[in-house]
Design a protein around this ligand. Structure first.
Ligand code: BV8
Length: 238
């Protein structure tokens, strides 16, 4: 069947084989850290140095990693897909961008980072957002006010509103195919998107993951295995 409006939700599992650790797998990102200390506004207010260090390490790691076959399969499919293809990523890495680098992407393609981006910073005073590839800390002046203690990572922390929620709701209602890739289905509202597709729209829903996620029973179809195996095969046959 040819699908017209496709929504893909990706999580840390799609970047795992590029060498970026996931959150909840053994030895994952949260190992050694409490979410409350490194991924909440309260943690940032309590110890900004710890939070900057956590994100500086992850931002620096992006210089060492490349998109894998799963990112590339989505980018290749997007170039020939004649309908709309909306990639909603929970990931803050830029591997989906790197996979499409150098290609003119069709008008129907869009990439939405609902949890923000590691390579962007935001001014606490003006909310202005800046591309940011280096480290930052409390002493780093923001480019707009030129004052210290005003920069934070442009990341959506727990308890903060995810980005693009209205636009995401529109795509979930309209899609005829929803594919969830590499996410454990632990974090809301992303974990609730499959339910939203089924209750507000009539999209076919597919989970592609290493193992059943928390919400696996909500999907019409499931494919399990490593993303670099399952995703290229899936999109070649789509
Ligand atoms: C919010 C940025 C209010 C930080 C992240 C009900 C409704 C609404 C909210 C809540 C709710 N219940 C609880 C909440 C609050 C909370 C929440 O969900 N808490 C959880 C812990 C219970 N949610 C929030 O606070 C959110 N905000 O609710 O605002 C609101 C909401 C809606 C409307 C109005 C108001 C904000 C959450 C965002 C937090 N920020 N990221 C950073 O990156 O440092 S979340 C972070 O964890 C990731 O971004 C990701 O989204 C999330 C989950 O991680 P996954 O991507 O799923 O990774 P994980 O390790 O868990 O799983 C990896 C999977 O890959 C595994 O299944 C594994 O099997 C698979 N895998 C591994 N290797 C491979 C593989 N698959 C294939 N191939 C492989 N090789």
């Amino acid at each position: 069947m040819a699908y017209n409006h496709i929504v893909i939700l990706t999580g840390a599992g799609i970047s795992a084989e590029s060498g970026l650790s996931t959150f909840r797998d053994a030895g994952g990102l949260w190992a050694g850290h409490r979410i409350e200390d490194v991924a909440t506004p309260e943690g940032f207010a309590r110890d900004a140095a710890l939070v900057h260090h956590f994100y500086n390490l992850r931002r620096a790691q992006l210089n060492e990693v490349r998109p894998n076959a799963a990112h590339l399969a989505i980018a290749n499919f997007a170039q020939t897909h004649t309908g709309t293809l909306t990639v909603i990523t929970q990931n803050v890495d830029d591997l989906h961008e790197q996979a499409t680098n150098g290609h003119d992407m069709p008008q129907g393609y869009s990439l939405l980072h609902m949890h923000g981006e590691l390579r962007k910073a935001r001014c606490l005073a003006t909310e202005e957002i800046f591309k940011w590839h280096d480290t930052m800390d409390a002493s780093t002046p923001c480019p707009c006010c030129n004052k210290p203690k005003r920069l934070r990572p442009h990341i959506v922390w727990f308890g903060e509103m995810p980005l693009y929620m209205d636009l995401i709701g529109h795509h979930l209602r309209r899609c005829d195919l929803f594919v969830s890739i590499g996410t454990s289905g632990n974090v809301y509202p992303a974990a609730g998107f499959v339910q939203q597709v089924r209750s507000t729209g009539n999209g076919h829903t597919i989970e592609i993951n290493m193992e059943p996620s928390q919400g696996h029973s909500l999907f019409h179809e499931k494919i399990y295995g490593a993303a670099t195996q399952t995703i290229p095969e899936f999109f070649i046959n789509l």
